[in-house]
Design a protein around this ligand. Structure first.
Ligand SMILES: NC(=O)c1ccc[n+]([C@@H]2O[C@H](COP(=O)([O-])OP(=O)(O)OC[C@H]3O[C@@H](n4cnc5c(N)ncnc54)[C@H](OP(=O)(O)O)[C@@H]3O)[C@@H](O)[C@H]2O)c1
Length: 254
């Protein structure tokens, strides 16, 4: 595929993200606390996470090991960061969350598979087949966008995993209900885990400095900002003592 056709496809994909973003403020994605039987056939929640995230991990591993890029360039760093994140999300996270009777609609699993196929497909294909070898050569490692981007990536990953840990540990074994989280960034915002994920992929886009990485950052924000708003509204509806000074997902701002 030519770079021109690839860019056209990526721009159309970004336009779809903007449409999904607006829609998600009106239609809450039905998984986790928002799950609903209205969405048809459902499967085990933990299994759902593994199945829906696996394509992203598999596609990036495929392009890393079977793509035509050269291991003389440092493009493997970008593959590596993606694979680290999705190893956690696909193989570790689903075994750490507490099992609940709640199920995940197949519709969500299929939607997430599509999201992952396209996002990992665009990023993997670009890095393996289209990026010029000079783009990720030794000079890249000394550029400010690389240094700032990789710092943001790991900062975001730290915030994401630490916040997921706080949430996972709120329930004692056997408990399935919800409690108000406190401490760390939870004193400032409702969803530090989603904030961390946004920081992570913003860092990735900054260091990678290419259109598909930008597209994935936009898709992450398009998904997670409305989800954080849905979580925030849910807490206010279900806990009369929910702290009124907490923002939704960006400390002090939103
Ligand atoms: N890249 C993307 O587009 C994308 C999209 C979605 C999610 N994610 C990532 O996937 C992870 C999970 O996202 P999420 O929106 O499902 O997170 P979440 O609603 O905050 O839930 C995370 C885990 O903590 C439990 N939990 C949450 N709040 C709780 C509370 N107040 N009391 C007790 N337990 C609580 C949840 O249980 P329940 O499941 O029973 O509610 C779930 O097991 C995050 O790290 C997020 O960044 C990424």
């Amino acid at each position: 595929m030519t770079l021109e056709s690839f860019n056209t496809i990526t721009i159309v994909w970004i336009a779809i993200a903007l449409f999904v973003h607006v829609t998600m403020f009106y239609v809450t994605a039905p998984f986790g606390r928002h799950t609903s039987e209205k969405w048809g056939i459902s499967i085990n929640n933990n299994l759902g996470w593994i199945i829906m995230e696996f394509p992203s991990l598999a596609i990036m591993c495929y392009f890393l090991f079977q793509g035509t890029h050269s291991f003389d360039s440092y493009v493997w760093i970008l593959f590596g960061l993606w694979i680290i994140h999705y190893t956690n999300r696909t193989i570790i996270y689903p075994f750490r969350i507490k099992p609940t009777p709640k199920k995940m609609p197949l519709f969500i699993v299929l939607s997430a598979i599509s999201f992952n196929l396209v996002n990992a497909g665009l990023n993997g294909y670009y890095l393996a087949e289209l990026a010029s070898p000079d783009k990720y050569g030794t000079d890249w490692l000394y550029q400010p966008n690389f240094m700032a981007g990789i710092t943001l990536f790991f900062l975001g990953m730290y915030i994401n995993i630490k916040s997921d840990n706080v949430l996972i540990n709120l329930r004692k074994p056997g408990e399935t209900g919800y409690k108000i989280p406190h401490g760390f960034l939870f004193n400032r915002i409702t969803s530090p885990n989603l904030f961390g994920e946004i920081i992570e992929w913003s860092g990735f886009a900054l260091m990678a400095w290419n259109l598909p990485a930008l597209s994935f950052m936009i898709w992450t924000m398009a998904n997670l900002i409305p989800r954080a708003k849905n979580h925030h509204d849910w807490y206010h509806k279900n806990f009369s003592d929910y702290p009124s000074d907490r923002k939704i997902v960006i400390p002090y701002i939103y």
